[in-house]
Design a binder for this molecule. Structure first.
Ligand code: 5GP
Ligand code: MN
Length: 343
């Protein structure tokens, strides 16, 4: 079954005879989600003009607006609309498609392109490669590289850069770098894309980051770092959820910690939890255990209860894995989590 999902699909075959196609990604879209959706959208518009193609995503954060065609993204769906094909990108489970889920269900045929290890292969056809750095990298492998335009290259390059932590996480393979090189040859300004979409922060984003770092705590014998941002702090700083992007990655950089946990209060007694690991803990297993998902070193879940309950429940699972990893390293078998890393 898993091998089936990894089998390369032929995009041209799937598109044959289709009159209308829709693309969609996960809620709170990140760099890879936007890069893969917009990259494929622009390619289809350019190479398959006979197909009427739409792209559905939640609001695109301001920083990503430098990518072409982000102004064409549809943020609402007509629930009765029936597409010949729905392509779901960078989305590990159907619920995370958000408002576009209805379009997926109505569509005559569905395709899922993804790299989340937790993906349950929910479409008619699934191209899921957990070892791939990003969905944007997977999209590249499905396209005719000769026909990739500069603007498509910009979108895909952004997606790859984001999910590899700017070509740094261990999901960055030689193939990832080769693909990035091919995209650079399309004449894109890679450093500007990275600077403007990845590193640049608004004053509000820096303030809330500072607050989260200041209030963070080391727990589990300093092997885990935790920070919580509540709704009242969001209001005080006039921050929106997209302003919290990157906080958990910064927490993870803390010397000595194995796992970083960031809680964002989304409603009273409800938290969006982001988890990051340096390798000895598989955080996707923990997120899945509580109903979420993700990758070995980057995962997330939404949980109900007080922040103390949420932290206690998750640390219980982290501890189980840390203890096992310690025992195994004592036996000379280090690294329980594999080489797969990304967001
Ligand atoms: P983040 O912590 O940046 O929101 O997410 C890290 C990774 O976990 C991303 O790949 C994201 O798609 C995945 N993820 C985050 N939250 C959830 C969730 O609630 N459910 C599932 N299935 N995946 C999630
Ligand atoms: Mn991704």
């Amino acid at each position: 079954m898993e091998l089936m999902n990894k089998m390369k699909i032929v995009l041209g075959d799937i598109l044959k005879g289709k009159r209308r196609a829709a693309l969609g990604g996960h809620v709170r879209p990140d760099g890879d989600c936007i890069g893969s959706c917009l990259g494929l959208y622009m390619y289809l518009k350019e190479q398959y003009p006979e197909i009427e193609t739409d792209v559905y995503l939640e609001n695109v954060p301001e920083a990503f607006r430098m990518i072409s065609c982000t102004d064409e993204v549809k943020t609402q769906a007509d629930e009765d609309d029936v597409y010949d094909l729905f392509i779901c990108l960078d989305c590990g489970d159907l619920k995370r498609l958000g408002f576009a889920e209805k379009l997926f269900e109505n569509a005559k045929e569905t395709l899922c392109i993804d790299h989340h290890v937790s993906n349950g292969a929910f479409a008619d056809q699934n191209y899921i490669v957990p070892d791939a750095s990003s969905t944007s990298e997977l999209v590249y492998t499905l396209l005719d590289s000769q026909k990739i335009s500069k603007r498509t290259a910009e979108a895909l390059y952004m997606g790859i850069a984001h999910d590899t932590g700017v070509f740094q996480y261990s999901c960055t393979s030689p193939e990832t770098m080769e693909i990035a090189a091919e995209l650079m040859r399309k004449g894109i300004d890679g450093s500007e894309i990275i600077d403007k979409t990845y590193y640049e922060k608004t004053y509000i984003q820096n303030q809330i980051l500072g607050r989260a770092l200041l209030e963070s705590m080391l727990i589990l014998d300093k092997r885990c770092i935790v920070s919580v941002v509540r709704q009242k702090e969001m209001e005080f700083f006039q921050a929106v959820p997209a302003d919290l992007e990157g906080i958990v990655s910064q927490l993870r950089l803390t010397k000595g910690v194995e796992v970083a946990m960031f809680l964002h209060e989304t409603a009273p007694q409800q938290f969006k939890v982001s988890l990051r690991s340096k390798g000895s803990v598989d955080v996707s297993r923990i997120a899945r255990y509580f109903g979420g998902g993700g990758h070995v070193r980057a995962a997330g879940v939404t949980m109900k209860g007080s922040s103390h309950d949420v932290i206690n429940n998750i640390t219980g699972q982290i501890l189980l894995q840390l203890d096992r990893a310690e025992k195994e390293s004592g036996d000379g078998a280090e690294e329980t989590a594999g080489a797969q890393v990304d967001e």
